[in-house]
Design a protein around this ligand. Structure first.
Ligand SMILES: Nc1ncnc2c1ncn2[C@@H]1O[C@H](COP(=O)(O)OP(=O)(O)OP(=O)(O)O)[C@@H](O)[C@H]1O
Ligand SMILES: [Mg+2]
Length: 1080
């Protein structure tokens, strides 16, 4: 939900309050509570008006992605939740679009995240400003200056593993388009004491460790160094390595960065040589050497290290050795040389190391500036970023000169903050035409004055003490302070004239206390004078100037004997004061923006919020004071347009649209909400709200209203959705209903139509039938009438004519009618007569039932008649033939199966033309009678059933058998001796001629023949016998009969033969008594 939400105001989904100005009630507890609440929810940024408070999360949060950059890009400051990007964007856009030079002041205690914040600002600016090869190079150089400065200026401390041990102010210059052109870096107060001594658990500057860890063996040899950290007195051993820090890799990064920034190879080499020199200086040790005058003179213990230093720096060894042993004081053109004791020699050595390193650092800054300086002379817009330590308060009066200087700087920054904030506020009031009411706030000018006043300020006193001839100690300095500042209300000292503190045991004798705007700080006076003097013996600077190495030479210009300056160099305090003054001047010309960094715990750990630690920082950063100044007039202001847009839903007149100018809309809105008039003022373009609670009231109302509106929108949307759905359903339902109705109507119509048609057809049918009935009835009536009329007329006529008829007239009429019918019948028959062919079966149908018998009789007569007619046409021969055929029919029809096939064969009798054939001449001559049959037959051999061909001859009286070939008569049987002819009932030509027993012919037995003309032969034999003997020949038709063979009787049996025999009957003698004939 939260992801997709579009934010339009800082007030949306706030955790606690995003802007402390809105805190109600405002006190330290609520302030810290709000910070903690937001910290617990990963909201590490909070505003105090336009000031950004940043709590170090000590872990990487996903809020610095390129997407976030885009999110904050070109958005108004209060539009999104507080973020360093919002501030950076505001600053960059004001610079680019409003042509106002800007500065960002980042303060906070060590480890609070100042340096990280400055890097975030720079990376944001680099991401949103113009692009292009040249611009990118400038950006890259500006960004890469950081690793170089961090290597030389940062160190691990107990508070921060990467603590900046210098103050840094960087001016980034832009052209009118907002593209970066270059930059200028100023450094403040490098903590050079660290070079020679580090507190427990801390390290020297990173570069020493990086060099030893990351340099190649070759480079180390060149620099006459050994990789072992423990060999160097200036390097602390107890924390030589830092967790999560790879010194070797960082060394490569630094060298690479130096290259990008534009260091030439020999320059980089010289820088490393100076670093090596500093390291080796620490290894020079002194021993006391008693001199004649009884004074102790220091001597260098082991000259080897000195020799190497001299080789590295190109200084004459004796010169340097002397510089470590003597000190020359010049006064009034007189040179006095005194020997140094061991302590002084160590002091001189350390002073040289510190100076060498701090001057190198300044040289580096200048060298970087040279590289990154803008190449053009056009007018530039400037954005300054100040990363400087915030108030430093150590407990147990551990605060020394450095803390004093730092706190002074912060006091000045607070002053400028108050000045500029109030100025800005006032300017806005004037701009908006709002009455300016005096704001009560604590003005810290008085504290600044206590420190920097040229006549009786603490710094002036210190300088005075340092320059004073005679014995000067820290105690004399404190005494002086006690005299001069005793009455100052922010100065506290036990020994002051002011009796207030005489018995204050919390105030040690060697300390003084200043009531800074952020709280009281107890300063230990020890070291003030020395540190302010920052003394380097002239012999040493002169010795250094004599080097052959140009870089070192340039670091000690005061060593040049030609430019001997008897004036003391400016003290550290006055130098710092001057640079702070320059800085303030610089800042005053710019529009200030503040980032106040807070450290949540001392453990460098994430998620821990130590209330006491935060309370302490809130106090000394003067954050509550910040809020009060911001809130002095009106807590909240907003342009009319956005204000109306945000709250317009709270008033009926302005919701949903306000037609008039935004200001009157806001007026109407506030009137309707009955906000007391003293709670707000109308500016020219902004509404000013005095108390945060009024704003929160508006916010609460808005939240409530938004919920109502959301419900309303939801309601309307749901209504709309339901209605749309309903309308769609209704439309669909209508369509469906219409289709269904159409379908139903169609169905109904078709059903009705077909029913109507059925009914119609029934009705029509019924009507037609009725009509038909009526017509029929009518017709019948008419016919009946006619009949009745006819009968009636008949009756009338008969009645009329009865007198003319005799009795039986009816019978006569009947007979007459009958005659007429019969007459007509016969006449009709005459016309319909069938043909005369006896085989024509046609006969006309009978017209009347009573003529049935007549009709049949007539048919019979007609048939007989036409048969007769047919017969009458025959010749005598034909008649004989038909007679014979008739005889055959009577004898064999339905008795012998062979008969039907004989009907169609004409009986020819003599098939063999004996008369004509000369072969049978003898036979012909032997026969005198008429030959009735002459035909070849098969005579069956009685012994074996085989057959032999014989000529069969029938004459009027005899039956003859002759040889077929020779024609010689073989047997002659008188017809009177023939008693019987036997044959089967089947379709074969076998027949037996039985002879009279005892006759001559019968001696050989009966004959058994087979012939193709059996029927003709048997018929002719029968007829001839009958005509000659007047006796009917016995013809036996049986399938089994006896034949006399000589003395035996043989049974001839006819059986149904198999088809294998072919169509010829087969005769076979089975045994003595049986002859079997197989008929096919
Ligand atoms: N915004 C941040 N997100 C995550 N970690 C951070 C953030 N700011 C600071 N830190 C962590 O805190 C450490 C200290 O931050 P930084 O070096 O910026 O402190 P500083 O205020 O510059 O301290 P000093 O005054 O000692 O230089 C960083 O090394 C980093 O680990
Ligand atoms: Mg820092």
């Amino acid at each position: 939900m939260a992801k997709t939400e579009v934010k339009t105001s800082l007030l949306d989904n706030m955790i606690g309050v995003g802007d402390m100005v809105l805190l109600e009630p405002l006190n330290e507890d609520t302030f810290i509570d709000n910070l903690r609440k937001r910290f617990d929810h990963n909201e590490v940024y909070t505003y105090i008006g336009s000031v950004l408070v940043s709590v170090n999360p000590y872990r990487s949060l996903p809020i610095y992605s390129p997407e976030k950059v885009e999110e904050y890009r070109n958005r108004n400051f209060y539009e999104l939740s507080p973020h360093i990007y919002a501030l950076s964007d505001e600053v960059y856009r004001s610079l680019r679009d409003q042509d106002k030079d800007q500065c960002i002041l980042i303060t906070g205690e060590s480890g609070a995240g100042k340096t990280e914040a400055s890097k975030l600002v720079m990376s944001y600016i680099a991401a949103v400003c113009g692009k292009g090869a040249e611009v990118n190079q400038v950006k890259e150089q500006l960004l890469q200056s950081n690793p170089v400065l961090e290597a030389f200026g940062n160190a691990k401390t107990v508070r921060n593993d990467n603590s900046s041990r210098f103050g840094k102010y960087m001016d980034i210059e832009f052209n009118f388009k907002g593209d970066p052109l270059g930059g200028v870096i100023s450094n403040y107060l490098l903590e050079k004491s660290r070079v020679v001594k580090q507190p427990r658990g801390e390290r020297n500057f990173h570069v020493f460790y990086q060099l030893l860890a990351g340099a190649s063996e070759e480079l180390l040899n060149k620099l006459k160094l050994k990789r072992d950290v423990s060999r160097y007195n200036y390097l602390s051993l107890d924390s030589a390595t830092v967790n999560g820090m790879d010194d070797a890799a960082n060394f490569r990064t630094v060298r690479n960065a130096m290259q990008i920034v534009g260091f030439l190879d020999h320059e980089a080499q010289s820088v490393l040589e100076v670093v090596a020199t500093v390291l080796k200086l620490g290894n020079i040790e002194f021993k006391p050497d008693s001199r004649v005058n009884g004074l102790d003179e220091s001597k260098i213990k082991d000259k080897n290290e000195l020799k190497e230093i001299c080789e590295l720096t190109g200084i004459d060894q004796s010169v340097l050795e002397r510089a470590f042993s003597f000190r020359t004081v010049e006064a009034k053109q007189e040179k006095v040389s005194t020997t140094l004791n061991v302590a002084q020699a160590y002091y001189a050595r350390d002073a040289l190391a510190k100076n060498l390193y701090s001057r190198l650092f300044s040289w580096l800054v200048n060298r970087i500036n040279e590289s990154i300086k803008a190449q053009t002379k056009v007018r530039k817009k400037v954005m300054g970023v100040l990363d400087i330590y915030g108030f430093e308060i150590f407990e147990n009066a551990d605060n020394s000169f450095e803390q004093f200087i730092i706190n002074y700087c912060n006091e000045k920054l607070q002053q400028i903050f108050i000045e500029l904030t109030l100025k800005e506020e006032q300017e806005e009031y004037i701009q908006e035409d709002i009455e300016w009411t005096h704001i009560n706030y604590f003005n810290n000018t008085i504290i600044c004055d206590l420190i920097e006043n040229n006549t009786n300020g603490i710094l002036a006193m210190l300088d005075e003490e340092c320059l004073r001839p005679g014995i000067v100690t820290d105690e004399t300095f404190l005494e002086k302070l006690n005299q001069v500042c005793a009455t100052h209300q922010h100065f506290e000292s036990r020994m002051s004239k002011c009796s207030r503190f005489l018995n204050d045991t919390s105030l040690p004798h060697s300390c003084f206390r200043i009531q800074h705007y952020a709280g009281k700080v107890l300063y230990q006076v020890e070291g003030f004078v020395d540190k302010n003097n920052d003394l380097l013996y002239r012999d040493l600077s002169q010795a250094m100037w004599k080097t052959s190495q140009p870089l070192i030479k340039s670091l000690f210009p005061e060593g040049n004997p030609a430019k001997i300056n008897l004036k003391r160099p400016p003290t550290a305090g006055s130098q710092f004061k001057a640079s702070v003054a320059t800085l303030m001047k610089n800042l005053q010309t710019k529009n200030p923006n503040y980032i106040r960094c807070i450290k949540p715990n001392d453990k460098k750990a994430a998620y821990i919020f130590s209330e006491t630690l935060v309370r302490h920082q809130v106090r000394y950063l003067g954050l509550l004071e910040n809020v009060r100044v911001r809130r002095a007039g009106y807590a909240f202001r907003q342009a009319y347009g956005p204000c109306l847009e945000r709250y317009k839903m709270l008033c009926k007149q302005t919701w949903p649209h306000w037609k008039g100018p935004a200001r009157s809309g806001v007026e109407a809105l506030l009137n309707e909400l009955e906000i007391p008039v003293e709670e707000y003022s109308f500016g020219k373009s902004k509404i000013f709200i005095r108390n945060p609670r009024t704003l929160f009231k508006l916010e609460d109302l808005r939240k409530q209203r938004l919920e109502d509106l959301a419900t309303l929108i939801q309601k309307i949307y749901r209504g709309w959705k339901c209605r749309t759905h309903f309308l769609l359903m209704r439309k669909s339902q209508i369509v469906i209903a219409a289709w269904y109705r159409r379908y139903a109507q169609q169905k109904w119509y078709q059903k009705t139509k077909s029913s109507a048609l059925v009914i119609q057809s029934y009705i029509r049918g019924w009507k037609a039938r009725k009509l038909l009935r009526e017509l029929k009835h009518q017709k019948r009536c008419e016919e009946a009438v006619t009949t009745i009329a006819a009968y009636w007329h008949g009756t009338q006529v008969r009645r009329e004519y009865r007198k003319f008829f005799r009795a039986y007239a009816g019978k006569k009429i009947y007979e007459f009618t009958l005659q007429r019918i019969v007459q007509n019948y016969f006449l009709d028959m005459k016309n319909k007569m069938p043909s005369l062919s006896p085989i024509d079966k046609n006969w006309p149908s009978r017209p009347y039932l009573f003529l049935d018998s007549t009709h049949k009789e007539l048919k019979r007569i007609f048939h007989l008649w036409r048969c007769k007619k047919y017969r009458d046409q025959f010749t005598d021969q034909q008649k004989l033939i038909y007679e014979e055929k008739l005889e055959a029919s009577e004898l064999f029809k339905d008795k012998k199966a062979l008969y039907p096939s004989s009907v169609g064969q004409p009986f020819q009798g003599p098939y063999l033309a004996i008369n004509e054939n000369p072969k049978y001449k003898k036979l012909k001559d032997a026969i005198e009678e008429k030959i009735i049959i002459a035909e070849i037959v098969n005579k069956i051999n009685r012994a074996n059933g085989k057959s032999t061909s014989r000529i069969f001859l029938l004459t009027n009286n005899n039956l003859l058998l002759a040889d077929q070939k020779s024609g010689q008569i073989k047997s002659e049987v008188p017809l009177v001796d023939v008693t019987k002819v036997s044959m089967s009932s089947q379709n074969d030509g076998f027949f037996a001629i039985h002879l009279k027993e005892g006759s001559e012919a019968a001696s050989k037995g009966d004959f058994l023949f087979s012939s193709d003309h059996l029927i003709e032969m048997a018929t002719k034999l029968y007829r001839t016998t009958l005509s000659q003997t007047k006796q009917k020949l016995n013809i036996e038709i049986s399938d089994e009969f006896l034949v006399q063979f000589r003395k035996d009787k043989v049974c001839v049996k006819f059986i149904q033969g198999s088809q294998n025999n072919g169509s010829v009957p087969m005769c076979k003698r089975k045994n003595n008594r049986l002859l079997e004939v197989a008929v096919p």
